[in-house]
Design a protein. Structure first.
Length: 277
């Protein structure tokens, strides 16, 4: 069975997200842990969490993917920004323990003229400060498009972070199809080759989730502009190959395409129809 969902608003709580996911044909979903621009999260409603967990168990809504705010920068030059990122992510992980077995995805950060090596060292230091041996949440480094000074534009950069984290068993990778294409990996025409390289550099066992997005820009553009499925430079056939690939087909897929709920419902139905199994 294809495990697929989309990004949903968390404004009304977990149970509301779960019901909305089922309504559009999804069996998982992604959400922001707080305002995507950062800031304080609203108090956790434990009754809502308990109701959601019962509903999720009944409906098979596992695993869900929490997304850290985009504005967090674990390798910022400014120490205050790094502290904010560390405190925010530590709080997010503590809150996610109320929903055991969740995934938590974040953009590694931008080194802002410090150089990628400094960025990698700071991100690793950040993760060493927040990961705990007892946490049930798996933290995912997202593959990036290489816009500006983003860290994570190559599989080698992600591997360098993983190698420096003490509790690396708590880490995985989320592969964004738009990002890797914009980053120069030809996932549309050479999927096997890209996955072989990923396996060689990082290891396919580290791959825990897929952001399934088409791209507005050509291969290697380093732009990061998502497009609706089948309407971008990757194309529908390539995306269908991705969801059916033996190394990927059992992973959860999360849509981040420029859509409303009706649009997400159409894309979920389209991918379910294309799924072979």
């Amino acid at each position: 069975m294809l495990k697929i969902g989309c990004h949903l608003s968390s404004a009304k709580g977990y149970l509301a997200m779960g019901k909305e996911a089922i309504k559009i044909g999804a069996n998982t979903f992604q959400f922001f842990t707080r305002n995507p621009r950062g800031g304080k999260a609203k108090p956790l409603d434990l009754e809502d969490v308990a109701a959601y967990r019962a509903f999720a168990q009944e409906q098979g809504l596992f695993p869900i993917l929490a997304h850290a705010p985009y504005t967090l920068n674990a390798c910022a030059a400014d120490e205050g920004l790094r502290t904010f990122a560390r405190e925010t992510m530590a709080d997010d992980l503590a809150r996610l323990e109320h929903i055991p077995g969740s995934l938590y995805n974040f953009h590694p950060g931008s080194h802002v003229k410090q150089g990628p090596e400094v960025g990698i060292a700071l991100i690793s230091e950040h993760l060493n400060a927040i990961l705990t041996p007892v946490q049930s949440t798996t933290v995912l480094l997202e593959t990036m498009a290489g816009k500006g000074s983003e860290v994570g534009r190559s599989f080698e950069e992600l591997r360098a972070i993983l190698d420096r984290v003490e509790l690396s068993d708590k880490l995985g990778v989320c592969l964004d199809t738009c990002h890797v294409s914009d980053g120069g990996y030809d996932i549309a025409c050479d999927l096997d080759g890209v996955l072989e390289e990923f396996d060689k550099v990082i290891g396919l066992g580290r791959l825990k989730a897929i952001h399934l997005n088409d791209s507005m820009n050509p291969l290697g553009s380093h732009k990061d502009r998502h497009q609706k499925l089948g309407e971008g430079t990757l194309g529908l056939e390539a995306l269908e190959r991705i969801i059916n690939h033996p190394a990927l087909r059992e992973l959860p897929f999360y849509l981040e395409t420029p859509n409303d709920l009706a649009g997400y419902a159409r894309e979920i139905a389209m991918m379910k129809e294309a799924y072979q199994g």
